[in-house]
Write a protein that binds this ligand. Structure first.
Ligand SMILES: Cc1cc2nc3c(=O)[nH]c(=O)nc-3n(C[C@H](O)[C@H](O)[C@H](O)COP(=O)(O)OP(=O)(O)OC[C@H]3O[C@@H](n4cnc5c(N)ncnc54)[C@H](O)[C@@H]3O)c2cc1C
Length: 263
């Protein structure tokens, strides 16, 4: 069940220009959130912007009643959010989303993310640390936008960073490196992914061809976050031109089994 809180902002970490990690005191959310869920933030008391902004939960610090999220300044809403100060109250609803990451019976896992898609996967990696061998592949455009290397390194067995231009780590796309590795290694029990749609499509195809279960987290444009406005529809894999079928990212997702959705 989601809670509506005025959560105190207790820490701000400016990771780089226009990229912030916020830590908020949110007992009810910290106690109940699952990896893969998100919160909806009302960034201002003014009429504009009226719609809440969906942001993934990056880290659940359950014992301290703290929830952390990382966001990039993209437009008006995230700009206003970035101007908050320590001690300010933030109007949040969460945890939201019914589709969450499944870690039951997982012994060998792969996580693959592109760019800011790594944020919703960190808490999952932390959760897997004690139960599975996890190999993580993070892809970025270039060296300047590589983030969270140390954080992910601490919670996995092997981390591979790629950059499109080769300015850091391995040159090329993370999905190509994963594909090559999977030719040489034992198949993992599951692949978890989040990132740009072309990357997710390739992950979906790879998982299908190797018969590996796969969960993907989608970040469709979303308004209400609670299944009321129906703005964040994605086509199901059963969908056809004649009979289109949809699910909603905010309700059914944001995490889906990859075979269930058409990317
Ligand atoms: C489930 C989910 C989780 C997300 N997690 C993160 C995260 O952890 N970190 C992060 O930086 N961003 C995340 N996003 C994207 C983030 O919600 C948008 O960047 C943000 O809403 C932009 O708002 P804005 O007012 O700054 O931009 P504007 O472009 O001015 O926003 C206008 C409207 O479009 C919507 N919108 C714009 N871009 C997006 C987008 N890419 N996805 C969804 N809605 C959008 C906004 O909600 C708003 O209603 C997530 C999106 C979803 C759906």
């Amino acid at each position: 069940m989601p809670f509506h809180l005025n959560a105190k902002l207790i820490n701000i970490d400016k990771i780089r220009e226009n990229l912030f990690k916020f830590s908020i005191e949110a007992k009810e959310i910290a106690e109940t959130a699952k990896s893969g869920q998100f919160i909806e933030i009302r960034v201002s008391d003014e009429i504009e912007p009226l719609l809440r902004r969906p942001i993934s939960i990056f880290n659940i610090r359950k014992d301290e009643n703290i929830v952390e999220f990382i966001f990039e300044v993209r437009g008006k809403g995230t700009k206003i959010l970035s101007q908050k100060q320590i001690g300010d109250k933030i109007d949040v609803i969460g945890p939201l989303g019914y589709g969450t990451f499944n870690t039951e019976n997982i012994k060998n896992a792969v996580i693959i993310a592109g760019g800011i898609g790594s944020f919703p996967l960190y808490n999952l990696a932390k959760e897997l640390k004690n139960i599975a061998n996890t190999n993580i592949y993070l892809g970025f455009k270039n060296k300047d936008v590589v983030v969270l290397e140390k954080e992910f390194e601490e919670v996995c067995n092997k981390l591979k960073i790629t950059t499109d231009d080769g300015s850091y780590g391995i040159k090329g796309f993370a999905i190509n490196v994963l594909e090559e590795d999977l030719k040489k290694q034992e198949k993992p029990d599951i692949i978890y992914a989040c990132g740009p749609l072309p990357m997710l499509k390739r992950v979906q195809e790879l998982a299908k061809s190797l018969n590996i279960p796969c969960q993907i987290s989608l970040e469709e444009k979303m308004a209400c976050g609670m299944g009321v406005c129906l703005g964040c529809a994605v086509k199901t894999s059963n969908s056809s031109k004649e009979n289109p079928e949809y699910m909603h990212v905010c309700k059914a997702g944001p995490v889906f089994w990859s075979e269930d959705v058409e990317i």
